[in-house]
Design a protein around this ligand. Structure first.
Ligand code: SAM
Ligand code: MG
Length: 313
């Protein structure tokens, strides 16, 4: 009976496919270092890299301006459909709520070290400007604001930004958060700069991770830091983050993640390096089903996070 139920759940499971970075149709300049935005950012005409490959998988083409767009329409539709559940700790974002204390511990420790702040102080990030790229309903932006940061939260889904705004306005400590429905590349065009740029669990949902990292780099001040988390493209991640989390335990809606969109830690480090970002520290997040808690670990095989700095070339 149980095995029949499991089989019926697994029948619709997609098989792992090639990652887009190794997909022959995906043009990734492996040999020649890609031209990177100049720093400081200038909107005067710059030598332009060759046009990106035509968007696939629902990516939104930007024909009018010929600028890169990180938007992947089908990925955004998934988040739009569940936007009203952001603050339901038992809903589809349960894993992010559960992971939040652990990832905030990593952020507090690495960024306090980076900015020479006291991690034991209640508001160590006072005086620093942070941008939370792909902020969703604000479950990371809010604790960052509580730790004293001046936070801008951006998301491409309008409904997410509305939820984030409503929730932040419930508390005077979080109400100063600036929430914008926009993209990292648009903020780059506006020449916005931040001390720390965070994009947690977003890169696996964007149209082109390498270009996305260049935008994150361009948003970071030269002495700043970036923090990126995602899921490793390992068989273990396929088994746990997709088969178990989506198909067996229903923590996330089926189809939330495409295994082929995951990056290995090495691939992430490589595309960050090409965006003038140098990884300083990586850590894994491991779930313990007995305590139902997430822990920081050296095991990068499923969920992992990277703290990086800007390289001054
Ligand atoms: C898994 S959620 C992560 C939310 C938040 N960073 C966190 O960890 O709590 C991914 C978010 O990224 C947003 N997103 C996806 N692609 C985006 C893009 N190209 N630009 C901005 N936001 C994007 C989605 O709308 C969604 O809210
Ligand atoms: Mg994700």
């Amino acid at each position: 009976m149980v095995s029949k139920l499991l089989l019926s759940q697994l029948r619709t499971l997609p098989k792992p496919t090639h990652h887009r970075l190794i997909n022959p149709n995906f043009i990734f300049p492996l040999k020649t270092p890609s031209p990177i935005h100049s720093r400081p950012y200038s909107d005067s005409p710059q030598p332009q890299p060759p046009s990106p490959p035509p968007p696939t998988n629902g990516n939104i083409p930007n024909k009018t301006k010929n600028i890169y767009s990180s938007l992947n329409k089908s990925e955004l539709a998934k988040f739009s459909a569940i936007s009203d559940t952001w603050w339901d700790a038992e809903g589809p974002f349960k894993p992010l709520h559960a992971m939040n204390p652990t990832r905030l511990a990593f952020i507090r420790s690495t960024l306090c070290r980076h900015f020479g702040k006291d991690p034991y102080y209640a508001k160590p990030f006072e005086g620093l400007k942070f941008v939370d790229v792909g902020c969703g309903g604000g479950i990371l932006s809010e604790p960052l604001a509580r730790m004293g940061a001046t936070v801008t939260g951006i998301d491409a889904v309008e409904k997410n930004i509305k939820i984030a705004r409503l929730h932040a306005d419930l508390d005077p400590v979080t109400s100063p958060i600036e929430y914008l429905c926009t993209t990292a590349e648009k903020l780059v065009e506006e020449q916005r700069k931040f001390d720390a740029v965070l994009a947690l669990e977003v890169i696996e949902h964007v149209a082109d991770p390498a270009e996305f990292c260049k935008s994150l780099s361009a948003l970071t001040v030269p002495s700043g830091a970036t923090v990126i988390s995602t899921i490793n493209r390992s068989m273990r991640a396929y088994a746990t983050a997709i088969v178990v989390a989506e198909y067996l335990l229903h923590w996330l809606p089926k189809g939330t993640h495409q295994w082929s969109s995951f990056l290995t830690p090495e691939e992430l480090a490589l595309i960050l390096q090409r965006a003038s970002i140098s990884v300083q520290e990586m850590a894994g997040f491991v779930y313990d089903p007995l305590t139902e808690k997430w822990y920081i670990s050296d095991d990068l095989s499923v969920n992992f996070i990277a703290y990086s700095t800007i390289t001054n070339e």
